[in-house]
Design a binder for this molecule. Structure first.
Ligand code: IPM
Ligand code: MN
Length: 365
């Protein structure tokens, strides 16, 4: 009898390859009696066949499962009449309908991986971007206007509830961590543009109110333009960064670039009752089906899933498995067992996956 039902949406492009790799690793580490994966349809290719990017039966399975594991979605040219991409709508529908308000994006430099930033070493870059995931500028998706092809607008939406809950999540996350690498200080940095726009001044003001409930954690502020400089010049200063949806989308890719790229960028999209776990990369259709994509971001997203489930259900078996997988990935990277293409190597998706499995087995001996 499996304990946890996991809905898996392979999706488009490299999605199937990386999602199935992660499923192999998770099953190997946890055993099939602990996790049961049910694959379901969704994404741009499915839309092209059926007219549905997120079929209702897939949504209901996701709603009723313990967690959702996703590969990637989106194919070039598969767009809605308004010009927006269909594949992205899979994520957005799940985010809004399941109220996944905290998009958690760890940015960590692993041993064996060279940062494009000069002289930074593993352990010196280790922060988490918490992106508000259900409002901000994304609240206008599908709601903006395009008048006569002459003027188009989208509106940013910032709510007190939306900011309070993502700020509280960020402070709680900082409390569980060991502080910024530079000084060990538990610090939440509010990233906004409060100097210019009232919406972001409101975002900052609500974060300040929440900060007063967490006086053991330092509050810090950075305008988003300055943030891009700081993430390059002093990444070790950061512990947890909280940002509105659009800004979080942008700075999380910059953060990923500083630690080796999107191939090492996992994500956990969390609400009160649901969690969606996927690599923060896209569907990379240009390399789809060639077995050359790196599965590491999705495998690491799987460890975030295990840790989230372990905390929700008080199940140490899952957190132990997450630590084993993380250690195995760390050893593969540190020892160069199988270096994926995005990190300068030539290892296939399968070879990277098998290297992680071998490390899991050797640790078990
Ligand atoms: C991300 C992606 C998504 C976003 C797309 C795929 C909807 O860029 O998760 O960072 O824009 O949020
Ligand atoms: Mn993005």
């Amino acid at each position: 009898m499996s304990s946890y039902q996991i809905a898996t949406i392979d999706g488009d492009g490299i999605g199937p390859e990386v999602c199935q790799s992660a499923t192999r690793v998770l099953t190997h580490a946890c055993g099939s009696d602990l996790l049961a994966f049910t694959r379901c349809d969704g994404g741009a290719a499915h839309y092209a066949r059926t007219g549905h990017v997120l079929p209702e039966d897939t949504f209901m399975l996701c709603r009723d499962s313990a967690a959702i594991l996703h590969g990637a979605a989106g194919l070039p040219g598969v767009t809605y009449p308004d010009g927006t991409e269909v594949g992205n709508d899979l994520h957005l529908q799940l985010r809004f309908r399941l109220d996944l308000y905290a998009n958690v994006r760890p940015v960590r430099l692993w041993r064996g991986v060279k940062s494009p930033l000069a002289d930074w070493q593993a352990g010196q870059i280790d922060y988490v971007i918490v992106r508000e995931n259900t409002e901000g500028l994304y609240a206008s998706r599908g709601g903006g206007i395009n008048l006569r092809g002459e003027v188009a607008t989208d509106t940013i939406v910032i709510t007190r509830k939306g900011v309070e809950r993502v700020a509280r999540f960020s402070f709680a996350l900082s409390r569980k961590r060991n502080g910024a690498p530079r000084d060990g200080t538990r610090r939440v940095t509010v990233c906004d543009k409060a100097n210019i726009l009232r919406s972001y001044a409101f975002f900052r003001a609500v974060c300040e109110e929440v900060a007063r409930e967490h006086t053991d954690i330092e509050i810090d502020y950075a305008y988003v333009d300055a943030m891009t400089v700081h993430l390059v010049k002093r990444p070790d200063f950061y512990d947890v960064i909280v940002a509105e949806n659009m800004f979080g989308d942008i700075i999380s890719d910059l953060g990923a670039a500083t630690i080796g790229g999107m191939g090492l960028s996992p994500s956990a999209e969390l609400g009160e009752h649901h969690g969606l776990f996927q690599g923060a990369h896209g569907s990379a259709p240009d390399i789809a089906g060639q077995n050359v994509a790196s599965p590491l971001a999705t495998i690491l997203s799987g460890t975030l899933m295990l840790q989230w489930l372990a905390e929700r259900h008080g199940d140490d078996r899952l957190s132990a498995a997450a630590h084993r997988i993380e250690a195995a990935v760390g050893d593969v990277l540190a020892q160069g067992d199988a270096v994926p293409r995005d990190l300068g190597g030539s290892a296939s998706c399968t070879e990277v996956t098998d290297a992680v499995l071998r490390r899991l087995d050797s640790a078990a001996c």
